[in-house]
Design a protein around this ligand. Structure first.
Ligand code: MG
Length: 377
């Protein structure tokens, strides 16, 4: 390694340490409601969230994400929602903005206490743009929670003590950097590692050289064949991996049962699982599903998906995109319902505009403040 690389790596390491230190020790202080005396109306906003580290998966590599926000002001209270647009589904912050703008007069005149009916209208009126729907749903529910003076997890009838630990994602990198990242993620009891790339063995070996804690793996459709998937999954199990997400492309359901007969750890559908209607079909091919609020269009739809999955005896993971504390605090309200949480999106960014759900030694700590319990940074 030359001197410049060494210096850069040292600065990166220090940044990582500072950020992990702060993420692990954030105190669960009581948070005031985000009530602000704004005029009635809806404000749409795009924020560029800067990643702490270049984020590499099978699909892409990037340094920032633009996410979409809805600020819903009514009767002296502002509800805030966020959705992370997903390029794969042909959505961006710009298409989300246009989609909500097109229904804005109708949405502003709708009665937020009828939020379930309002969201049915939003689903009927907006094509695609699931992140836009999610942002509207979260903003409406944040508003309702604040108006009622109850946190949303309580509104949903849940016990915040049931909130699970979240995995912390170790980004793909060279072995020495992976090892360093694992050592610095000491506060997190379960790690998540992306696999499905050429250097899987190198990455997993590097993780195991630094820790014995459980690992969950995500192939993001990256294995090249059913045979390769079986070989890799059985090796991963030997390496202490407790589950694997989406080994093969979403459309390939036929090979999944062939794989499941030859491996032991649960296989969770992610890219194959977008909406409630997907779940009955997936139940015949997977052990569980990953529910993402940005993909399904909000907490009401996410709740529905979790209930359907449970009725079909599936394991449930609650996942996220790279996003701020707004979207993550939204998803976290439902986390007491699930087996596995992968809600570290806000820990991966450098410029989170809010605080909300906290993470203490990996456990999600839900706020007692009304709605999402957000506070501007
Ligand atoms: Mg995944």
């Amino acid at each position: 390694m030359d001197k410049t690389t060494g210096r850069l790596q040292k600065v990166e390491t220090m940044k990582r340490r500072a950020f992990l230190g702060s993420a692990a020790t954030l105190a669960a202080t009581p948070l005031p409601a985000t009530a602000t005396a704004a005029a009635n109306g809806i404000n749409l906003r795009t924020r560029r969230l800067n990643l702490k580290h270049t984020w590499t998966t099978v699909m892409s590599s990037s340094d920032y994400r633009d996410t979409f926000y809805v600020e819903y002001a009514r009767d002296g209270v502002t509800g805030i929602g966020e959705g992370a647009p997903i390029i794969r589904y042909k959505e961006s912050a710009a298409t989300c903005t246009a989609a909500v703008q097109a229904i804005q007069p109708w949405l502003e005149s709708a009665d937020p206490w009828q939020f379930s009916k309002v969201m049915a209208g939003v689903f009927a009126k907006i094509d695609g743009n699931w992140a836009a729907k999610a942002a509207v749903d979260i903003a409406l529910l944040d508003w309702v929670g604040q108006k009622l003076g109850v946190p949303l997890w309580k509104y949903f009838g849940l016990d915040k003590a049931d909130a699970p630990v979240t995995t912390f994602s170790i980004g793909i990198d060279k072995a020495a950097v992976v090892r360093q990242k694992v050592l610095e993620a000491e506060a997190f009891p379960v790690l998540k590692v992306k696999v499905g790339l050429a250097n899987d063995e190198e990455v997993v070996d590097a993780v195991r050289s630094a820790t014995k804690k459980p690992i969950r793996a995500d192939a993001n459709e990256g294995f090249k064949s059913k045979e390769a998937a079986v070989e890799k999954i059985n090796w991963l199990e030997k390496m202490g991996v407790e589950l694997i997400e989406q080994p093969l492309p979403a459309a390939n359901l036929d090979d999944m049962n062939w794989i499941r007969k030859r491996v032991h750890i649960p296989i969770i559908a992610d890219e194959a699982c977008l909406h409630p209607t997907d779940i009955p079909r997936l139940a015949q091919h997977f052990d569980g599903v990953n529910v993402k609020i940005d993909k399904c269009g909000g907490l009401l739809e996410g709740w529905r998906m979790i209930q359907i999955a449970r009725a079909l005896n599936l394991k449930v993971m609650l996942g996220c995109m790279v996003s701020s504390s707004v979207a993550i605090s939204g998803a976290a309200q439902l986390s007491p319902l699930v087996d596995y949480a992968d809600l570290d999106g806000m820990l991966l960014i450098a410029n989170d505009p809010y605080t909300g759900v906290q993470v203490q030694r990996g456990k999600l700590i839900l706020s007692d403040a009304p709605g999402l319990g957000l506070r501007p940074v």
